[in-house]
Design a protein around this ligand. Structure first.
Ligand code: HAM
Length: 429
């Protein structure tokens, strides 16, 4: 087939009607959980000042260096499509005076993000995220609760083989010393590092720990570990997070190499993967990522405020739901009745009847554009309707309607004004 003249931009996709049920299912579960835990929903503009991200997410991160969709407006403003939500949410928190409300403030969101990445499976240029942020609370119980919420959402979506990995990357007290130690270590082995890690050594040494390349693995394995170099406060905080996780029975692995790709984190970081633990690290799919970010609010111009949160990639979950064959066929939303009509009077009566079914909250499919009964019944068959209601010219005149059982072929005739009640009874059986 010839390619159409216009196509979706690379790495982006349409969300067609048959896909929408996945988004809806996820939205419904997430919004219920958000309600339960007292999170309020927030929407922010898709565009933000570019500097919000270069400052918030970090100049040396891949996101800011390579992946932003940035533009200059006619008025001369430099804006970028949001590559993530945390910096915009913090901007809104400061700008709308939410720091003066009773704390902690809990916010959640659900919407698209944009990153100019190399498209591949599970990596898109437009992808949807939902996330939860808790602002104004420094207790480690929140770190554990955020992990619990994300784990439970994925469990509720019936996803299997979930792996939670946690680490602490310290704070401005202990991380600078650790980074120096790490840089010294890698410098003596620079010749054996991959090309990217040679660059990381100069720009962001922590990211070497994140390298998935074969060549760097043996060098990483011998590197000093942050958990041995945390200051007392970070050490205690992390210990308590793990104790809470034990208490609420969330299974987790400690991963000393987990450093995350965004610069705002302090103390706890975590990711949730899908895949078996024996699988190679590079073949696992990161579903959720997050952690504590106690310095971001101040960095973006607000008061010193502790915070913690995480986000999930929605397409990645949907791909997994499909590959794990998690059915979305919600019985209640399946259409079990098809209304077929023959001729002008029947068509008019059918329009009215359809309204009666809608008011009774019973789903009915139709194909009013077609006139042949054969075509309409074959459509009823296609959508898997259990019953077809047939309104012919004769029935219309007599205020009657035929109910046809699509499986057995048996037919009965009832009064038109009784058919809604009759169908309700049948559907309950
Ligand atoms: P992130 O790890 O960059 O963190 O993204 C979170 C999740 O979004 C990932 O685990 C992944 O599922 C999904 N994701 C990221 N990039 C792509 C992509 N190109 N295509 C498809 N899915 C993708 C953040 O964005 C932080 N804001 C999370 C956070 C919230 N930290 C604290 N609060």
């Amino acid at each position: 087939m010839r390619k159409p003249k216009f196509q979706c931009p690379t790495g982006m996709h349409d969300i067609l009607p048959e896909e929408q049920k996945y988004y809806k299912k996820i939205y419904d579960i997430v919004s219920d959980i958000a309600d339960f835990y007292g999170f309020g929903k927030i929407d922010t503009p898709i565009l933000e000042e570019t500097e919000l991200f270069s400052k918030g997410v970090g100049l040396a991160t891949d996101i800011v260096k390579k992946q932003m969709y940035s533009l200059k407006t006619k008025g001369g403003d430099f804006l970028s499509l949001r590559p993530e939500w945390t910096a915009p949410v913090v901007r809104a928190y400061i700008e709308n005076g939410m720091q003066n409300l009773p704390q902690p403030l809990k916010l959640w969101y659900f919407g698209p993000c944009y990153r100019y990445e190399r498209p591949q499976a599970n990596r898109y240029r437009q992808f949807w995220q939902f996330g939860f942020e808790v602002l104004g609370e420094k207790s480690p119980v929140i770190d554990a609760q955020i992990i619990q919420i994300f784990y439970n959402i994925l469990r509720e979506l019936k996803l299997k083989n979930l792996i939670v990995e946690v680490n602490s990357i310290g704070d401005s007290n202990c991380r600078p010393y650790y980074k120096k130690l790490l840089a010294n270590y890698f410098r003596t082995r620079e010749a054996s590092l991959c090309v990217d890690c040679k660059k990381r050594l100069r720009e962001n040494v922590l990211r070497i720990l994140d390298c998935k390349g074969e060549k760097c693995q043996p060098i990483k394995a011998e590197a000093p570990q942050i958990l041995d170099h945390l200051c007392e406060e970070c050490h205690l905080h992390f210990k308590e997070v793990l104790e809470f996780l034990d208490e609420i029975e969330i299974p987790y692995n400690l991963n000393p190499y987990l450093v995350r790709g965004l610069d705002y984190y302090t103390k706890t970081v975590f990711e949730i993967f899908s895949g078996s633990s024996e699988k190679k690290e590079s073949s696992r799919i990161a579903l959720a990522g997050g952690g504590r970010y106690d310095k971001l609010v101040k960095l973006l111009g607000g008061k010193e405020t502790s915070a913690c949160g995480a986000a999930i990639g929605i397409e990645r979950i949907i791909n997994l739901m499909k590959s794990q064959q998690i059915k979305q066929g919600d019985k209640e939303t399946e259409t079990q009745i098809f209304l077929a009509q023959l001729g002008g009077l029947s068509k008019r009566k059918s329009l009215k009847l359809l309204e009666d079914f809608r008011k009774a909250k019973i789903r009915v499919a139709e194909s009013f554009g077609r006139d042949s009964l054969k075509a309409q019944l074959s459509r009823a068959d296609k959508i898997g309707a259990r019953y077809a209601l047939i309104l012919g010219q004769k029935e219309s005149l007599e205020e009657m309607i035929i109910i046809r059982n699509m499986k057995s072929g048996k037919q009965e005739i009832v009064k038109l004004n009784r058919v809604v009640a009759e169908m309700r009874k049948k559907l309950k059986k």
